[in-house]
Design a protein around this ligand. Structure first.
Ligand code: IGP
Length: 284
């Protein structure tokens, strides 16, 4: 069921580069920090579980942040991030395995490796607590299949975030044995974001699976909306990194980690960077 032509040219080039990339040499063995446990701890102390993403740039981002990834990561944790995501894709996202290694050594929250892993050997590039596998990209020539990669990742000790975009992909993820499922609001054909994607797909995901809303969460309203639609955690990159504005990553993270806490909403009436200052605190 290869539908390769529907992938945006920019994404095609990312994938081509990913397929070329080699593995890490020696097989890694990871003692992973539990993401589901971190999510539960955040809930228990009243934080919105936010996975904050160290993403220097992206094909859809204007500008690039060249701050030290460790400083960014520490600011995110100080702002209440439950876990971190670190891009390791070098060519299109400004990431590196070195950045991930340094970040993971500096913080004690779970760290997700954000990359386009398509072959088993690529799992060995660097240790992380969670690796990302993208369903859409694993039915292509020159890639290993999802179930094989999922098992290979778990054999190494990784937890696995399986990224989906449609109900059919959720089914594939669950069939392969996924326990952490992400629904990406960004469509990889047009690169457009639509938060309705998560709302449509979330009901397909059973309760016992950790469900993550990915991409396009820009305002506290968006955060409340995704939580209302069933997200256990929110993966937020651009709005926290604020590559164009160079804003304060710690307070950006806090803004989301406290979304839905009435007092905080009232405290920061002008918090929204997009002019979307209406909040739905009565929702929670
Ligand atoms: O910057 P945003 O819109 O908050 O999105 C973060 C994250 O979801 C996005 O970076 C992402 C989702 N899936 C990916 C796969 C590869 C690289 C990046 C991603």
């Amino acid at each position: 069921m290869s539908t390769g032509d529907e992938i945006a040219p920019k994404v095609r080039s990312i994938l081509d580069a990913a397929r070329e990339r080699s593995g890490g040499g020696e097989r890694v063995t990871v003692d992973a920090r539990s993401l589901p446990a971190a999510v539960e701890r955040a809930e228990a102390d009243g934080r919105v579980p936010v996975i904050a993403e160290v993403k220097p740039t992206s094909p859809t981002t204007e500008g690039e942040r060249d701050d030290d990834p460790v400083e960014l990561a520490e600011s995110m944790v100080a702002g209440g991030a439950t876990a971190l995501s670190v891009l390791t894709e070098p060519e299109h996202f400004g990431g590196s395995t070195d950045a991930l290694e340094r970040v993971r050594a500096a913080v004690d929250v779970p760290v997700l490796r954000k990359d386009f892993v398509v072959r088993e050997a690529q799992l060995d590039a660097v240790e992380a607590d969670v690796v990302l596998l993208i369903v859409r990209f694993l039915d292509e020539e020159g890639t290993d299949d999802l179930a094989t990669l999922l098992e290979a990742a778990r054999d190494r000790g990784f937890q696995v975030l399986v990224e989906t975009h449609t109900a059919a992909e959720v089914e594939r993820a669950l069939d392969a044995g996924a326990e952490i499922v992400g629904v990406n609001n960004r469509d990889l054909a047009e690169l457009e974001v639509d938060l309705e994607t998560f709302e449509d797909v979330a009901p397909e995901v059973p309760e016992n699976v950790t469900l993550i809303a990915e991409s396009g969460i820009t305002t506290r309203n968006d955060a409340v909306r995704m939580r209302g639609a069933g997200a256990d955690a929110l993966l937020i990159g651009s709005a926290i990194m604020d590559a164009a504005g160079g804003g304060d990553v710690e307070s950006n993270t806090r803004r989301f980690a406290t979304a839905g806490a009435d007092a905080e909403v009232a405290d920061h009436p002008t918090d929204e960077p997009t002019g979307d200052a209406v909040t739905r605190e009565d929702d929670e």
